[in-house]
Design a protein around this ligand. Structure first.
Ligand code: PLP
Length: 394
C-alpha cells in the first residue's frame, strides 16, 4: 500500500473556510431574503484593465498565425526585462535575476524545495496561511512564530535566536500594516548575522503610500545577499484569475550544501526547469503591457480605487468609535473586536446583525485572535452600504 504523507495530518487553518460557508448557509436558511455583503474576500473586484485585455487578445491572435510552443521556464525575456527596468531601476537587479511564475503562492511554497528539512523557519502570526502550511508539508518541524501584535506595531520583530529561513510580508496580510526602512533593516542585519535567508512577500507593494516604506526590500543595504522578493500582478493589475508573478533572486544569495557554498539562483533555475514549464505567452504579454503608459495609468487607477475604499472604510469605522489598523499601505483593515469579544463571536455578530462577512483573525494563525480582517477589494456602493449597516452595531 502506498503510504500517504504524514505531514497532511499536521496541517492547520484550512478548517476556517468550510466553517464560514456553513454559517452562511445557515443564515440563508433562516433569512432567505438576507443580502450578505462579503467584506472578507481578498480577491480583486474590478474587471481587467482594457489595455491589458487587448494585449492578451492580440497575443492569442499572434498565436493563431505562428506556432509558439513552450516558452522558457524562467519567463520570456521581454517580461523579465520590463520587470527589471520598471520595478528595480537603480537597484542592480538584472533581467536574469527575475523568474516569471504563475503566482506568488506557487513560488513562496515551492521555494522550500531548496532548503534542507532540518532548517528552522520563522513565520509571522497572524500571516498568510500558505507560509505555515507549506512549511508543514515540506516536513519542517522547527517553526518559530513571530507575533504581530499591537505592541510590535502589527508587523514582526526579528527572533531572539537564530532561524535559517524567515518569511516576511510587507505590507502585511492580514494586518494591513507595512514595515518601514528601519524595521526592514533590522531583519536584513539579523539575516546577515545569522546566515539566514529572508523570503520577502511583496504581494501588496503597489498599494504602498507611506514615504518611509520602500517599494522593494532591495532598497535596504545588504538585502541583495540575503533576500528573495516575491511580487505579483494579482492584486496590482487584477491577475488573480490570469496568474502571473515573479521572483527577484539576486545571484549573490548563497546557501551551503555539504559545506560548499551554492548560489540559490542556480538551484532555483535548476528546480524550475524540472518542475515548471512556464507561464503562457498571452498572459506574459498582458503582464508586460502593465508597464506601457496606458497599462500603468489604468492599473494605477484600479489601485487608487481600492485605496480610496480602504480609507472610506477605515474613516467610517473610526467615526463609529471602532479601533482599527492598516488600510494605509494596503487594502486590508485589521479591526479590533469591541467589548472583549472573540474573533468568532464578533464574526457571528456582524453576520447576524449587519449581514456582513469578514474573516476572523484566527484564520491567519493564533496571533489573529481578537481581530477580524476587512477587505477594500470591493465597490463604492457595497462599502457605503456596509458602513450604513455598521451603524446598527454602535
Ligand atoms: N501572498 C499574500 C500575502 C497574499 O495575500 C496572496 C493572495 O491573497 C498571495 C501571496 C498569493 O498571490 P498570487 O495570486 O500571486 O498567488
Amino acid at each position: 500500500m502506498a503510504q500517504g504523507s504524514i505531514h497532511f495530518k499536521r496541517l492547520k487553518g484550512s478548517y476556517i473556510f468550510p466553517i464560514i460557508e456553513k454559517k452562511l448557509e445557515e443564515l440563508k436558511k433562516d433569512f432567505p431574503a438576507a443580502h450578505v455583503i462579503n467584506m472578507g474576500i481578498g480577491d480583486t473586484s474590478l474587471p481587467l484593465a482594457p489595455s491589458v485585455a487587448k494585449a492578451i487578445s492580440s497575443a492569442v491572435e499572434e498565436m493563431s498565425l505562428t506556432s509558439y510552443g513552450y516558452g522558457p521556464s524562467a519567463g520570456y525575456a521581454f517580461l523579465r526585462e520590463a520587470v527589471a527596468k520598471n520595478e528595480y531601476a537603480n537597484l542592480e537587479i538584472t533581467p536574469e535575476e527575475i523568474f516569471i511564475s504563475d503566482g506568488i503562492n506557487t513560488d513562496i511554497t515551492g521555494i522550500l524545495d531548496l532548503f534542507a528539512p532540518s532548517c528552522s523557519i520563522a513565520i509571522p502570526t497572524p500571516s498568510y496561511p500558505a507560509y505555515l502550511n507549506a512549511s508543514i508539508l515540506a516536513g519542517k518541524e522547527n517553526i518559530h512564530f513571530m507575533p504581530c501584535t499591537e505592541k510590535t506595531g502589527f508587523v514582526p520583530i526579528p527572533p531572539d535566536h537564530p532561524c535559517d529561513i524567515i518569511y516576511l510580508c510587507s505590507p502585511h496580510n492580514p494586518t494591513g500594516v507595512a514595515m518601514d526602512k528601519e524595521r526592514l533593516l533590522q531583519f536584513v542585519e539579523y539575516a546577515k548575522k545569522n546566515h539566514s535567508i529572508i523570503l520577502f512577500d511583496n504581494a501588496y507593494g503597489a498599494f504602498v503610500q507611506s514615504k518611509n516604506v520602500p517599494n522593494s526590500i532591495f532598497e535596504i543595504p545588504g538585502a541583495d545577499k540575503v533576500c528573495l522578493e516575491f511580487r505579483s500582478f494579482s492584486k496590482s493589475a487584477g491577475f488573480t484569475g490570469l496568474r502571473c508573478s515573479y521572483l527577484a533572486l539576486p545571484k549573490k544569495v548563497q546557501t551551503i550544501i555539504e559545506n560548499e557554498p551554492h548560489s540559490l539562483h542556480l538551484l532555483w533555475d535548476k528546480r524550475q526547469s524540472i518542475r515548471f514549464n512556464g507561464v503562457s505567452y498571452p498572459i506574459q504579454k498582458g503582464a508586460s503591457s502593465c508597464y506601457l503608459p496606458e497599462g500603468k495609468k489604468e492599473t494605477g487607477l484600479q489601485v487608487k480605487h481600492y485605496m480610496t475604499l480602504a480609507k472610506k472604510l477605515k474613516d467610517g469605522l473610526k467615526k463609529a468609535g471602532q479601533t482599527c489598523f492598516g488600510g494605509e499601505d494596503s487594502p486590508y483593515i485589521w479591526w479590533k473586536t469591541p467589548d472583549g469579544l472573540s474573533s468568532w463571536e464578533f464574526f457571528d455578530l456582524l453576520l447576524e446583525k449587519c449581514q456582513l462577512l469578514a474573516i476572523p483573525g484566527p484564520g491567519f494563525g493564533e496571533g489573529g485572535e481578537g481581530y477580524i480582517r476587512l477587505s477594500a477589494f470591493s465597490t463604492e456602493e457595497k462599502t457605503e452600504k456596509a458602513l450604513e449597516r455598521l451603524q446598527k452595531l454602535v
